[in-house]
Structure formats: C-alpha cells, structure tokens
Ligand binder design. Structure first.
Ligand code: ATP
Length: 297
C-alpha cells in the first residue's frame, strides 16, 4: 500500500520554479530518501506535504485521502531543529513540546525517550547533550503521539561523524519498529546506507524514483582498447547484456549489469569479430559517478 501519493506538484517562488511537476509514491514501511543537490526542491516538497506551504498546483494524499488535521496526527515531522531550553532536562523540554502540540501523554514521553535511547539521560540538562543527542531529542519530539510516519529534513546535517552514525542507526531502528520514514538528504552515501527507496530531484524535476537497489544499482564497466576504436565500439554494441557503450580517443567503455563482466568471453567475442584487444580492464562503476550522471545529464 502506498502511504503517500504525490501527483504533479508544482511550486514557484517568483521566477524560481522550485518544483516543476513532481510525482511519486511512498510505499508503507519504506525508508524513503528524497535525494538531490542543494536547491533541488527537497525542503519545498516536504513543506508542501506537511501543509506548511501551499503548492501552486498538483495534489498529494496520505493513506489515499486528502490531508486533514486528523490524518496529520499520524505524521511526525522535523523540518527545523526545535528550540529546546538549554537549562531544562529532556523530560521537561518534551513536556513543553507536548503541551504545545498536545500529541501525546506523560507515558508517551518516557516511551519516545526510550526509542531514541535518551531514557538514561532523561533528567540531564539539554546543554550537557552532544550534538547527536540533541538531534535524537528533536526526533523524540517528532515521535510524540506515536505517529506511523516520520518526515525528516536532512536529519544528519551539521553533526559530527559519531552523531551521524547515531542518527542513521536510529532511523533504521525506527523503521524496524514499524514507522515509515521520509527523509531529505543531499548525500548519496546516506541514502544508500539508510534508505530502502529513493526519489532523485534535480532543480525541481524528478529524475527517477524506485527502490534504492533498482535506482542506484552498480554496474560493471569494462575498459577496452584496440587499433581501431570505432570498429571496436561498433562491434561491442551487440555484446550480450550491454547497457551502454561510450568511447574516448583511446578507450571504449562497456557498461554491463553488476557482476556479469567476463574478460575471457569479451576477449573471444571481440576476436570473433576480427578485433585483437590491446587492453581490457574491469572497473566497478562508483555510485557517486552514477548519481553525478543522473543529476547532470
Ligand atoms: P537545500 O538542501 O539547500 O535546502 P533543497 O533541495 O531543500 O535545498 P529548496 O530549499 O526547496 O531546495 O529550494 C528550491 C529552490 O527554491 C532553490 O532555488 C531556492 O533558492 C528556492 N527557494 C526556496 N525557498 C524560497 C523562498 N522562500 N523564496 C525564494 N526562493 C526560495
């Protein structure tokens, strides 16, 4: 079942078209990454689906229904870091958040602190927390009322490597506990490590979406050379399973599904076409390269 369906969302700020007709679906139980470079429209998209900002056109529905205050109760969100009181404990800060949002009860505060692993430190002042702990408290605030869905904008931004790791582990654990998570990120590595699904945005346009495996699947790249590059390029176009063939002055690159490149088979295939290879090297295509290719072409 799809938790969120977005259809043809458009939003402009004056002359800037932040979203140019974006559509995709978020399946239940996913950790769904909205991936894109700075300024690609991620925050705008999250703000619209959280009803903080109105779209110019297009629609979105949660659980197959248009947004409503009742449905909104099932969605916890973290768009901006909340202003916690530095001299108050985690528990007292969450009591204040709770009284403003009236999402949960006192028992809920203990439960969310346990979920984000701050229960042991629940009575320590906020000012004594590490950056990672502060961000975990912000996620705890979003979890008040036990929402099914959690929407997070760049949840690891500004954290040190330890804090980043803590938040990534927390997201994976929350997903295992049944929350569907929708998060924006500009880090391919993060999406690859944490997310099950991804939508890639570039300057307001959806480049692709689907399971992380399908979208960001790695490929084998075989670099070949022979006396006649053009002849070689023509010959390998029909090689079994080939995705793409590119060439430079010196080399031809053959892109094949991950794990399928067999040097001896490629060599004898070329030999069968009357070509003697002077160079054959198998490289792995790096995901960064794939992301760069997706967001630049
Ligand atoms: P970042 O990671 O840098 O926050 P983003 O992918 O979240 O980027 P948005 O913040 O949604 O992208 O911005 C998309 C585009 O809209 C950018 O060109 C941005 O400058 C512009 N934009 C966003 N908010 C406003 C605003 N309030 N007024 C004018 N332009 C805006």
């Amino acid at each position: 079942m799809s938790i969120l369906t977005i259809s043809d969302l458009k939003k402009s700020y004056g002359r800037i078209q932040a979203l140019k007709g974006v559509s995709f679906e978020v399946p239940e139980g996913a950790v769904f990454g909205i991936l894109g470079p700075n300024g690609s429209g991620k925050t705008t998209l999250l703000s619209i689906i959280l009803d903080v900002l109105n779209a110019d056109s297009g629609t979105y529905s949660w659980f197959g229904k248009p947004a409503s205050p009742d449905l909104r109760k099932h969605i916890g969100s973290l768009l901006e870091t909340p202003n916690f009181y530095h001299y108050l404990s985690a528990v007292n800060n969450l009591k204040i958040t709770n009284s403003i949002s009236s999402r949960g009860d006192a028992a809920g505060i203990d439960a969310v602190l346990q979920k984000v692993k701050l229960y042991e430190r629940r009575n320590s002042r906020f000012s004594t927390y590490s950056l990672g702990m502060k961000q975990r408290l912000a996620i705890a605030a979003a979890l008040l009322g036990d929402p099914k869905i959690l929407v997070l904008d760049e949840p690891t931004n500004g954290l040190d490597p330890v804090g980043i790791m803590e938040i990534r582990e927390l997201i994976i654990e929350l997903s295992k506990k049944g929350h569907t998570i929708i998060m924006a990120s500009h880090l391919l590595d993060e999406v690859e490590k944490v997310c099950t699904h991804v939508a890639i945005l570039k300057t307001g346009t959806l480049i692709t979406s689907g399971s992380v495996h399908d979208v960001l699947v790695d490929e084998d790249v075989v670099e070949l050379s022979a006396a006649d590059i053009q002849q070689l390029k023509e010959a390998v176009k029909d090689y079994n399973g080939v995705h793409t063939v590119t060439s430079s002055e010196q080399f031809v690159q053959l892109y094949l599904p991950k794990g399928t490149a067999k040097p001896d088979e490629i060599n004898s295939y070329c030999f069968g076409k009357g070509i003697t290879l002077s160079h054959l090297m198998i490289k792995r295509k790096r995901l960064e390269e794939k992301f760069f290719e997706l967001t630049n072409n």
